[in-house]
Design a binder for this molecule. Structure first.
Ligand code: TMP
Length: 201
């Protein structure tokens, strides 16, 4: 089983994923908890490049997309595909939906470019995706309270509004796979709702 978690900044993905990880472990399952961009030492190095604020040089949108897919390819081949082959549960903090929401809707990159990369480099999609949704102001307030903002977190609220609309579009197009969860609820409620949705599946 491959489950991904999506949403704009500060919606509580990490807390939820950690709780689900403990829940599955408690059920005697083998679980791989991972994230994108990242999930392997090389992919984490690419993540650092993507998140670093660089006052000297602006990262081109295509460069950003290609770095994300370089990291994703490494992550898929080193972590996700072997884990799925072993029959483990894979919990990934973000996957390809984030590229649609952030790069296509947020940055304005063409959907065709993304589609080409997905067709060429992504052999599997998550069985379920939980989209944790909250007004962007709430999420950004939480992200700001965490400390220094990374290159993405420094974007304007209007950027995150477009990202959120991107997730709404994905949810509308694939309502069976992508479940929307109200992330303004308490962490406990979010966790219980996700468990309920999973057991129904
Ligand atoms: P995180 O803060 O959820 O760990 O994600 C790091 C940032 O990377 C987040 O701001 C969203 C961004 N991102 C993309 O822009 N496209 C992608 O495909 C992925 C996986 C992440």
């Amino acid at each position: 089983m491959f489950i991904s978690f999506e949403g704009t900044e500060g919606v509580g993905k990490s807390t939820l994923i950690q709780r689900l990880h403990d829940y599955f472990i408690g059920q005697g399952k083998h679980v791989v908890l991972t994230r994108e961009p990242g999930g392997t030492p090389l992919a984490e190095t690419i993540r650092n490049l993507l998140l670093a604020v660089n006052e000297q040089e602006q990262m081109c949108v295509d460069t950003e997309l290609l770095l994300i897919y370089a990291a994703r390819s490494q992550h898929l081949n080193q972590v996700i595909l072997p884990a799925l082959e072993r029959g483990d549960v894979v919990l990934s903090d973000r996957f390809t939906d984030a590229s649609f929401a952030y790069q296509v809707k947020g940055r304005g990159l063409s959907a065709e470019k993304l589609e080409l990369l997905n067709q060429t480099f992504v052999p599997c999609m998550p069985d379920f995706t939980f989209w944790l949704d909250a007004p962007v102001e709430i999420g950004m307030a939480r992200a700001t309270a965490r400390g220094e903002l990374d290159r993405f977190e420094q974007e304007k609220l209007t950027f995150f509004e477009r990202v959120r609309a991107g997730y709404a579009q994905l949810h509308q197009d694939a309502p069976q796979r992508i479940q929307k969860v109200d992330a303004t609820q308490s962490a406990e409620h979010v966790f219980q709702q996700v468990i309920q949705l999973l057991s129904r599946k």
